[in-house]
Design a protein around this ligand. Structure first.
Ligand SMILES: Nc1ncnc2c1ncn2[C@@H]1O[C@H](COP(=O)(O)OP(=O)(O)O)[C@@H](O)[C@H]1O
Ligand SMILES: [Mg+2]
Length: 266
């Protein structure tokens, strides 16, 4: 790292390997970087300015993107990132992303990572990982989504479900307490996210079930990484309550399905 470079804290997978150099952001390139850069370029060409633009790929396997100035919330998540208006803005940002994404044809020859992909598939590229660490804020509102490493084709509703998991969050209060400010009302916040997105009545009726499905997919993803001995995931699982926490979250989601549906539709 040179004097002009700044190491950026944020996610888990590329921890310590993401650097800012002036207007540029440099990080390890995902395997499908070429297809992803073509997609990000197409988003930009369609007028979407709320994602990094691709700049280049280096010979040593890194990618360069535009750096997006602003604040990114890191765990434990600060109050400013969990206000109702922050949540509403994440919904509307995701909607804008999707409105542009549907207009961009997915490269079907590319190897999109299956890790967090919608099991039902789809014709639109979903981000799949719109968590606080992957959204840039300015003045309390979200202005950009970053880190498309886990993007894959799917239903728009799948992406809304994934975002809800992290932003509401869709966690039992005991589990939420470890990372989020106290007192967040999950049902009310799920409604705010859906309203910010402008989710249709049909999708609202399906959302709680899709959140449960998405939670199971995330659990399976963690289980695969842990089974492979990935130290980042082994450590995160141990620190965050192990499989018992996943059991508790999944039971809580099923127990409150009707409450969430009512909050979304009434
Ligand atoms: N294009 C960008 N503009 C601004 N900040 C960024 C950008 N890309 C990454 N960051 C910052 O670096 C952190 C880690 O980058 P990220 O690409 O999300 O890594 P990881 O793959 O480990 O999640 C992010 O949480 C964010 O704070
Ligand atoms: Mg990230």
């Amino acid at each position: 790292m040179t004097a002009e470079e700044e190491s950026l804290a944020g996610g888990m997978v590329n921890a310590g390997a993401v650097f800012r150099r002036g207007e540029l952001l440099e990080r390890p390139a995902p395997r499908n970087a070429r297809a992803l850069h073509a997609h990000l370029l197409a988003l930009t060409e369609h007028g979407f300015d709320a994602a990094p633009a691709p700049v280049g790929l280096t010979a040593d396997g890194r990618e360069q993107l535009t750096f997006i100035p602003g604040d990114v919330a890191l765990p434990p998540f600060p109050d400013w990132a969990m206000t109702s208006s922050a949540l509403e803005s994440v919904g509307s940002l995701l909607r804008r992303l999707h409105e542009t994404s549907v207009a961009v044809a997915v490269d079907t020859r590319a190897e999109w990572p299956p890790d967090l992909a919608d099991p039902e598939g789809g014709t639109m590229l979903c981000h799949n990982d719109v968590c606080p660490e992957n959204v840039v804020f300015r003045d309390g509102r979200s202005v950009a989504v970053i880190d498309f490493d886990l993007a894959a084709p799917g239903r728009a509703l799948w992406d809304v479900a994934m975002a809800a998991r992290y932003w509401v969050p869709m966690l039992d209060p005991g589990s939420a307490a470890a990372l989020y400010p106290p007192g967040l009302d999950a049902a009310a916040r799920l409604r705010i996210l859906a309203d910010g997105y402008g989710l249709s009545a049909g999708d609202r009726a399906e959302l709680p079930g899709v959140i449960e499905e998405a939670t199971a997919v995330c659990r399976a993803f963690v289980a695969r990484r842990v089974a492979d001995g990935d130290p980042v995931y082994v450590k995160a699982l141990a620190e965050r309550g192990g499989w018992e926490r996943w059991d508790r979250v999944q039971t809580w989601l099923a127990d409150h399905r009707k409450t969430f549906t009512a909050a979304l539709l009434n």
